[in-house]
Design a protein around this ligand. Sequence first.
Ligand SMILES: Nc1nc2c(c(=O)[nH]1)N[C@H]1C(S)=C(S)[C@@H](COP(=O)(O)O)O[C@H]1N2
Ligand SMILES: [Mo]
Length: 384
Amino acid sequence: MHRIQRRELLIQGSAALVAIAAIRASPAYAFPTQAGEEVVPWLDQPTENPNPDGIKTQLVWEDLDSWITPNDKFFSISHFNRPTIDEKTWSMEIGGLVKKPLKLTLADIRARPRQEVVFTVECSGNHGFPFFTGGIGNARWAGTPLAPILEEAGVLEKGIEVVFFGTDESEVPIRDVKMKQSFARSMSLADAMNPDNLLCYEMNGAALPAPNGFPLRLIAPGWYGIANVKWLKRIEVRDTRFMSVMMARDYVTIREEDHNGETVWAETSVGRALLKSAPAKVTRKGSDYAIVGAAWGAPIDRVEVQIDQAPWAPATIDHSEEAEHAWKIWSLPWANPSPGEHTVTSRAVSTTGQVQPAMDDPLIAKKHTYWESNGQVTRRVKIA
Ligand SMILES: Nc1nc2c(c(=O)[nH]1)N[C@H]1C(S)=C(S)[C@@H](COP(=O)(O)O)O[C@H]1N2
Ligand SMILES: [Mo]
């Protein structure tokens, strides 16, 4: 159907263009609740959120009914405070080891070339705690690429690290020292220069909402949420690795690894996103049941679903709305489920043949921190 529409576009011109635009804007077919369709809620539900100021508006998986997560339903995380920024007085510095430090206003940034990316942001702690299972959302982010700005500032030869400072601050203790720190995360210069990285001022066509970083945030497609620094105030080029609390003390994965019979404790800073999937919901229309879910974090080849102890069954990926850095929506009809309780588990397989690890895979089982929680997600459901 898409192909025919595209051909019509060539023949009929602008009327067909409108038709295509309408198709593109419509949600994925696996998704919108159809007349007479109901969602069978999961038996296992997240526990009460102990930090409602820090973690807001988690995704309710059963409610997932569009590829793009609307702004008012998008999760937000704040580790420090949630600053209120006046865009009239706001500007951002690009300094440190550069030839020409820059100071840019929001108007300066908006006047630069615009670039968009649809990117699924997931907090690396998502599914790492019983109260935190909705730290994920997919949005169309718009801004200007970061790399040309760094080029314009002229990174000096010895610059190897780019630090992104947020406006938010907190009192951070280490041993006996307490210090007032800005939120800060860094990347190597090579990673920062990735042409996908955006200084982002727009989310799903609206000005960046305050919880998501107004007026400007970093969007680093392919990285876990923590790398996407919000409420930006300064970008600084340095000549050493940067060991802020969010790089080297928190958001650190501690994993027991076996190296020829010897245990090595690998401690790594959370960085790039990892292959993952999750069942979103079970739907019922009359006696027809289906399982719908999402897969993200790496280029997805396929998704498989296991119901109870049955063999893994291949799900169908919805190709109607896709983007390189966005989650893929999948579904699987569930023929004649027997009444009673069932488990539903999904696993994603990447285009390079990587398989999302089971929870008892040593990669997950020997991980002693909750970050980078990309193990298979199992949900429980009761069929009436
Ligand atoms: N300045 C700043 N940026 C931040 C954070 C923060 O607390 N302060 N939280 C990070 C974390 S842990 C995540 S998961 C993402 C979440 O982005 P969102 O709040 O827009 O969903 O923002 C990241 N950027
Ligand atoms: Mo996060």
